[in-house]
Design a protein around this ligand. Structure first.
Ligand code: BTN
Length: 264
């Protein structure tokens, strides 16, 4: 796709900090890579990079992010949040809340720890790839990469993901205006970043939206699989899993199995 299919400029917020400029692409390698470049430009922070298709879309943990052209939301925002390095991890929760809340006014959605956007049955609606640069004791810049399945019916998804993924179209039962969704997301993102900078933690609101809590889970971690009941997200953002051997605080991992939910 050489030209953007939607009028993405409609989501611009000229007088605000986030979304002053929207850079819309037909096809790009990865919106995250472009947003990272923009952070090196003097006026780059606050710019939103959106694309109809990516040739090298990236997911967490080195995975690819695949999306057919012209139907989903593929966006990265170049941010320069005024935050100490020790609170950089809160960006994930704040950005996840902004994305989930934007979707939640269109369908019932939840978060799966750490920051997948999921439907009530656990099917994945979207994901976040957050890349933060720390200099000394400060956050120097962050790229908030967000991929949301919008008007991509499950029936047209590849077999490999159709059983575990969904879209806003499927959940809402009607096509979704992608430009309006982006505008909503940017507004919420600006609010979330302002709250963070004011010293307010997103943790309690994150916990309330986190569907992982109260479930029997298996979590893949660098130290191996941890199985038990997910009971909390602690003050550092780690998932607390009650296992036979006692509580485990998992700061980096992937929930690979949830009982009573769609396998991840
Ligand atoms: C995940 O769940 O693994 C995260 C997926 C993040 C995908 C988005 S799409 C827009 C942005 N550009 C990328 O290359 N990745 C993110």
């Amino acid at each position: 796709m050489t030209e953007p299919a939607a009028d993405w400029g409609g989501a611009a917020r000229p007088s605000r900090r986030i979304g002053r400029r929207i850079e819309a692409h037909g096809t790009i390698a990865s919106t995250n890579d472009r947003a990272r470049e923009l952070l090196d430009e003097p006026e780059g922070a606050g710019t939103v990079v959106v694309a109809e298709a990516q040739t090298a879309g990236r997911g967490r943990r080195g995975r690819t992010w695949d999306s057919p052209p012209g139907v989903n939301l593929l966006v990265s925002v170049a941010l320069r949040p005024r935050l100490p390095a020790e609170r950089a991890w809160q960006l994930g929760q704040a950005i996840a809340l902004a994305a989930a809340d934007a979707c939640a006014s269109r369908a019932s959605v939840w978060l799966k720890w750490p920051n997948d956007i999921v439907a009530a049955d656990g099917a994945k609606l979207g994901g976040l790839l957050i890349e933060t640069v720390v200099e000394g004791d400060r956050v120097a810049g962050t790229v908030a990469g967000i991929g949301i399945n919008v008007n991509w019916p499950r029936a047209r998804m590849p077999e490999a993901i159709a059983g575990t993924a969904t879209s806003l179209l499927d959940l809402a039962g009607t096509p979704i205006d992608r430009v309006a969704l982006l505008g909503d997301l940017l507004e919420r993102l600006e609010d979330e970043i302002a709250r963070l900078e004011a010293g307010t933690s997103p943790l309690s609101r994150y916990r309330a939206r986190c569907a992982t809590l109260g479930r029997d889970v298996a979590v893949g971690t660098p130290e191996g699989l941890v199985e038990g009941m997910a009971v909390d997200v602690d003050a550092q953002g780690a998932l607390v899993v009650r296992t036979h051997g006692g509580p485990r605080h998992i700061s980096s991992g992937e929930v690979v199995r949830v009982r009573d939910g769609v396998p991840a």
